[in-house]
Structures are given as C-alpha cells and as structure tokens.
Ligand binder design. Structure first.
Ligand SMILES: [Mg+2]
Length: 364
C-alpha cells in the first residue's frame, strides 16, 4: 500500500452563529483537506483548520508545510511501514502541528482500511459512543444566558462557557448562565489565557463562594506561564485543565510532573496528530491524569479522527468535540454520526470518511 499522491483541497462550512472567545471571532470553518492516494486505489482523508491565534498555523502555512515538506518525504513510502511513515511526518518540518495532524490521520485511516479494522478498535475500542459538551461563546451576560438555555433545550447537559473578554463581567456571565440552566447542567469554563494567576484565583473563588458549581476551568493563564498555572491549580477551588499550555508530549509530561494542572486537554491540531496524542495518553495513564479530548473549529474529517481516539481510551473522560454541531451543514460523507451531544463512532475500516458532497471539496 504505497503512497502515490498527496492531494490538497479546501472546504468551507458556515457556522450556525459566530464563534467568539477571548482570542478571536470566526464565522465559518475554512479548512484544508488532505487526500492521500495509494497504489492499491485506497484514499485516506485528513483535515487541518487554520487556528493562527493558538497553533500559529494559517492556510498558507498548512499548504506549504504539506506540499513542500511532508508530501515529498512520504510519497513512495508504504503505509504498512506505519512507524516509518509517522516518524517521517513528524521529522519533515518543525512546528506545523496542524499540517502534521492532517497527514497523520489520513495515514491511520489507510492503515485501518488495509487491515479492515476501525481505528478506534485498533487503539483499544473502549466504547462506541461518547457525549460532547457544547461551547457558549463569550458575549454580554444576558446573551450568554439565552444561548445556554437554548443549548440545554437542544439536549446538552454539559456547557463549555467561554469567558475572559472583559474579565470584570465574568462572574456575572456565570451567574446568569447558571440561573438560566438550573443546577443539573454541568458547566465548565474556558478563559483562553485571559487572566493573571492572582486574578484567576480571585474570580474562581468568587464563583465558588456564590455556589455557581464550576466543574473545571480551562487554561486560566498565559500558555507559557506554567508557574502561574501551577499557582492557580494549588490555590483555586476549581480544578484546572491545561489546554494552550500543552502542545507536545513533552509539554504534557512537564505539566504532569510539576502537578501544574489537574487535567490535560488533548487536541490533535496541537500535538501533531494521533501518533503524539497516543504518547500523551500513555503518560497520562501512568500519572493517573484524566484527559479531555478537544478540537478547534473543525469540520467532520478531523473531529472524526478525534472521535476514533476518544472512543478508544478510557483515560479520556471529557469530550469537547462540538465542531461539527456548531456548523450549519455537513458536506462530509461517512464517519461518526453527530446527533447533538451524542456521537457514535463509525464501524467502517479506518476512519470511515467516504468523501464530500459534490462540489464541496475544492482541490488546490
Ligand atoms: Mg480551550
């Protein structure tokens, strides 16, 4: 099963409503699609979103990394030499984790297809379905309360509430959201690096003393401030989940060794794909650190790969894979079934992605 061609394309999928965090606003998913073709006639698919404010990866950078660095090195390699192919992807260029992730998942897709096994079973097969939270964008507190109750009406029982844009409003945001949804809905919050360590402890303690019942806080402080993250972890009543602070397996090991966070958020686009995500998972299993599996604003090809991983491993106890349900349509054929919060993994060999609705994948 030799790689004969690495094709690239673009896909555009509008969001239901704009996605707003402390770092950015997005109106549609505009991602790069990778299609790896082999001499056996098989096709494997991958996807990379340009998330410049988090990964530094732009459309141009993703295309350049794959076209000029990764594709020339893996073309001609045999998918069945899996370790060799995966290491070649990682070594072909530094950084560029989204480009690597897109190619990596297409390779695993083909490997699973060859051996006629779904990737989630190849990795462990812990379960067939998972339940995701849904993101509530940061807005005026009253708008967020309406968005939160709408999400609960759609069946979501876990909300991921974005905070940190104008931090003076954050406690009010959570008060109004909690009041709108009642006490039975799980609420986790994501500050996307917006707070200082002391500010984080003050805000979280305030929320705690008001009985707002926050399950966890994601990335309260700057990505590079590991000492600050540890300070929050040690002093906040709310458990801390590291997101932007953890890209590589090395980052994850450092944070777990320092006890700088209570949990780790794994995203394929940060760590460079399934190959490195599995290393983070193994380390987390050793340390007993539970993980969230998250995504950027991505369409179904790459979120589907994350679903395969999430369904394989028990250490992944929290799911933030709402990219496809934030989209207003789904032009991708095959893969996991997304029915609001319930996600059911595909039992097709590999990843189960069959292709795209006519005209939606624009080859570049
Ligand atoms: Mg986050």
């Amino acid at each position: 099963m030799k790689i004969t061609e690495v094709k690239l394309g673009r896909i555009s999928v509008p969001l239901r409503v704009p996605f707003k965090t402390a770092l950015r606003r997005v109106d549609s998913v505009e991602d790069i699609i990778v299609e790896i073709v082999t001499d056996t006639g098989h096709k494997g698919y991958g996807e990379a979103p340009p998330t410049g404010v988090i990964t530094g990866d732009t459309i141009g950078a993703i295309v350049g990394a794959i076209r000029d660095h990764i594709a020339p090195k893996i073309t001609g390699l045999d998918i069945l030499d899996l370790e060799d192919v995966l290491q070649t992807i990682q070594k072909s260029i530094v950084h560029n984790s989204s480009a690597k992730a897109a190619v990596d998942m297409a390779v695993y897709d083909l490997y699973g297809q060859y051996y006629n096994i779904p990737v989630y079973k190849l990795f462990g097969g812990a379960r067939k379905s998972i339940s995701t939270d849904i993101t509530i964008s940061v807005n005026d507190p009253d708008v967020m309360a309406i968005d939160a109750s709408d999400a609960v009406k759609r069946g979501y029982d876990t909300l991921k509430v974005k905070v940190g844009a104008d931090t003076s409003l954050d406690v009010e945001r959570l008060s109004k959201v909690r009041y709108a949804v009642g006490k039975d809905v799980r609420i986790r919050i994501d500050a996307n690096q917006a707070w200082s360590p002391k500010e984080a402890v003050r805000i979280l303690s305030n929320m705690w003393s008001r009985g707002l019942d926050i399950e966890l806080v994601e990335q309260p402080v700057k990505a590079g401030d590991i000492d600050g993250l540890k300070f929050v972890t040690e002093n906040s009543p709310v458990p801390v989940l590291a997101d932007e602070s953890v890209f590589s397996p090395e980052d994850a090991l450092k944070i777990m060794h320092m006890h700088a966070a209570d949990m780790i958020n794994i995203k394929l686009m940060k760590c460079g794909g399934l190959y490195n995500a599995l290393k983070i998972i193994s380390a987390a299993e050793v340390y007993g650190v539970e993980c969230m599996l998250g995504c950027m604003l991505e369409a179904k090809v790459s979120v589907n790969a994350a679903v395969e991983l999430a369904c394989a491993k028990k250490i992944i106890t929290r799911i933030d894979l709402d990219g496809p349900v934030l989209c207003s349509e789904d032009p991708i054929i095959g893969g996991a079934v997304f029915n609001e919060k319930e996600i059911t993994v595909s039992d097709e060999p590999g990843m189960g992605i069959k292709g795209f609705e006519r005209g939606r994948l624009i080859y570049i």
